[in-house]
Unconditional design. Structure first.
Length: 332
């Protein structure tokens, strides 16, 4: 099979012909039809998230099951599936026994088996989810990291009827967060430091768009928000956004800022507000998102490229030139 191989950190990935993998017991072999190139792939590229080269990256993979390992009974050859990051826990620890295998210290992911920037990929069967027939591979791929993260963050905040949801950062995650919030029936406010994104945010479904030098003050000026979904990597914007919460509001941080954030604890105390960290959580969140996308209520805005362009796309992503999401097609 052909694969984009990270042979050394911080060096261009190499397109190589490598042996076809074979599924072991409990695993499936997937013929990859599309795989997103995510900002987290950049962290892997720079050696920040573990893994040892040579390795194949790509954690937003979707495709068709080509072969089944021994004991796999839930899936069939030909099934259209996607794979999320945490595929399998040890099964025996406290968290696995509670059905929270994402916290298992021995959890298995694509880092252990190989990622989706290749024509074929191994995955644990329990880390796969069936794709709705009406959902294209290109639209499904970014949902398995960016979309999953966002809907899990919103559900983690336990939204109530009538809540106002503000999305800080209208980028790779944020443009999906706006759509998901609106699709679930919440008044949705896009909060951005880039006034040029105002019209785009409205087209994505935002009821209102808030901009300004201090995003928290700007959000408060419109009446605040019950839930703030922070999808930005800007520490300044996350700290500002906290002041835009209403009493008993919840700020959910889903971005990786890379540096500490300073904020006024008095905001949390006097408003009895909450600061929540969130990433991908329950399988139920992923299935709900796929259903919304199949119904046309959520649609990633993608740049689509053949796998041969992988280094060009990675550099575009590093330079901030990818407007929303990038998707690679291994078959091209």
């Amino acid at each position: 099979m052909r694969a984009a191989v990270l042979t050394n950190f911080n060096q261009p990935w190499e397109l190589k012909d490598v042996p076809d993998p074979k599924p072991s017991a409990g695993q499936v072999l997937i013929r990859i039809r599309a795989c997103g190139l995510c900002g987290t792939d950049l962290h892997v590229h720079h050696g920040f998230l573990g893994g040892k080269p040579p390795m194949v990256c790509g954690h937003e993979p979707v495709g068709e099951i080509a072969a089944l390992g021994e004991g796999v009974t839930d899936y069939r050859v030909g099934d259209r599936v996607g794979v999320y990051w945490n595929q399998k826990g040890c099964g025996r620890c406290e968290f696995c026994q509670q059905g929270r295998s994402m916290f298992c210290p021995k959890a298995q992911s694509w880092i252990h088996l190989g990622g989706g920037h290749a024509e074929l990929m191994l995955a644990w069967a329990e880390g796969c989810v069936l794709l709705p027939e009406k959902l294209s591979y290109e639209d499904a791929a970014p949902l398995f990291c960016a979309g999953f993260t966002v809907i899990s963050g919103l559900r983690h905040a336990e939204p109530r009827p009538g809540d106002v949801v503000a999305v800080v950062g209208v980028g790779g995650l944020g443009h999906l967060a706006v759509q998901i919030s609106k699709a679930l029936g919440f008044t949705t406010v896009a909060v951005t430091g880039s006034p040029s994104k105002t019209e785009e945010a409205k087209k994505l479904g935002a009821d209102e768009v808030v901009t300004g030098d201090d995003l928290g003050k700007a959000l408060q000026a419109r009446g605040g928000a019950d839930i703030v979904l922070a999808t930005t990597n800007s520490t300044k914007q996350v700290a500002q956004a906290l002041t835009g919460l209403r009493p008993e509001g919840r700020l959910v941080n889903m971005g990786v800022t890379g540096e500490p954030i300073s904020f006024d604890l008095g905001v949390l105390m006097w408003r009895q507000a909450s600061l929540i960290g969130s990433s991908q959580r329950t399988r139920r969140d992923m299935v709900e998102l796929l259903d919304l996308a199949a119904k046309g209520k959520v649609k990633p805005v993608n740049e689509v490229y053949p796998l041969s362009k992988v280094n060009e796309v990675r550099e575009r992503l590093e330079q901030g030139k990818v407007r929303y999401r990038a998707v690679l097609l291994p078959g091209q």
